[in-house]
Write a protein that binds this ligand. Structure first.
Ligand SMILES: [Fe+2]
Length: 286
């Protein structure tokens, strides 16, 4: 767990992306290139230098022949080669990376050292441990804007309901349930690991109050709660940040195929901040 402060201008985008799984044959280079193109381009009327990358963990596979998940054709690339691949891949992002979370795949290699910390040192970025709370501060006045919680996560998110509308609702409910109790003061709460792209937006309800003369109706505005130590659970953004790993790969046995998983969208999440407030958290399908 780390507490990070980030000083910035009033308008910026956080690209929260993870589960890239370098070294897995099912890693989609095509999806990553699309993601990189977006990162190094103007996004939603902001120039590319306003885009920041938060890596959500599992940057590589790090699975050796001793691991029960080892599959010779899937894990052809050695762990050392994966280190080099990850460093080369993220070097161009380095000046605008908020850091990288620790995660379950690199942690398997703990007996030889902390792999994520090593990669972060090589990339000259912040090592964020397994979860981190970011406080975003206005560059000029040090004014507190909002807080964001990010964890790699450990729990999967599934639903066996029918029909699709209910599945989608259940996935949103699940990501919210997994994150909401972790901290009370974060306007945005993110996790990865589940390889699903899910965004659960705030769900403000119609409220009635009075001014001692008449009844006043209103919807609470989530922005008004950004700086509170307890933000009502239904007024926060929750998301699971997707992955870059294909479910199926011709002539291979993928992990997800063997686990009988349904296909999932590859992708990541963008947190759009405008005028110091969280305007939207958007899932991007690649
Ligand atoms: Fe993971």
């Amino acid at each position: 767990m780390r507490l990070m402060a980030f000083r910035t201008g009033p308008d910026f985008n956080i690209f929260a992306a993870g589960d890239t799984h370098e070294g897995n044959a099912a890693f989609s280079e095509k999806a990553f290139n699309k993601f990189a193109d977006m990162f190094f381009s103007e996004y939603e009327n902001l120039p590319s230098d306003k885009n920041h990358l938060l890596h959500m963990g599992d940057p590589g596979e790090f699975i050796t022949y001793k691991d029960t998940r080892y599959e010779p054709k899937i894990h052809k690339q050695t762990v050392v080669k994966q280190f080099d691949g990850i460093i080369d891949r993220y070097k161009p992002f380095e000046p605008r990376m908020l850091g990288m979370l620790d995660s379950n795949h690199p942690i398997v290699l703990d007996p030889i050292g902390n792999v994520t910390e090593y990669l972060c040192q090589k990339l000259n970025i912040e090592y964020l441990t397994y979860s981190t709370k970011f406080t975003f501060l206005s560059k000029q006045k040090e004014e507190f804007m909002f807080k964001l919680f990010a964890t790699h996560g450990k729990k999967s998110i599934t639903s066996t309901a029918e029909p699709q509308e209910r599945i989608e609702a259940n996935l949103k409910i699940a990501v919210k349930r997994q994150l909401k109790r972790k901290y009370s003061d974060c306007a945005v709460m993110l996790k990865a690991h589940a390889h699903k792209l899910i965004v659960a937006p705030p769900t403000p309800k119609l409220c009635l109050a009075d001014n001692m003369k008449r009844i006043i109706e209103f919807y609470p505005n989530p922005i008004d709660y950004h700086q509170m130590p307890y933000i009502p659970e239904e007024l926060r953004w929750y998301a699971c940040t997707g992955s870059f790993l294909r479910t199926y790969l011709l002539d291979h046995n993928t992990y997800s195929e063997k686990a009988e998983y349904d296909p999932v969208d590859l992708g990541f999440v963008v947190v759009m901040v405008r005028d110091r407030k969280v305007k939207e958290v958007r899932g991007i399908q690649l």
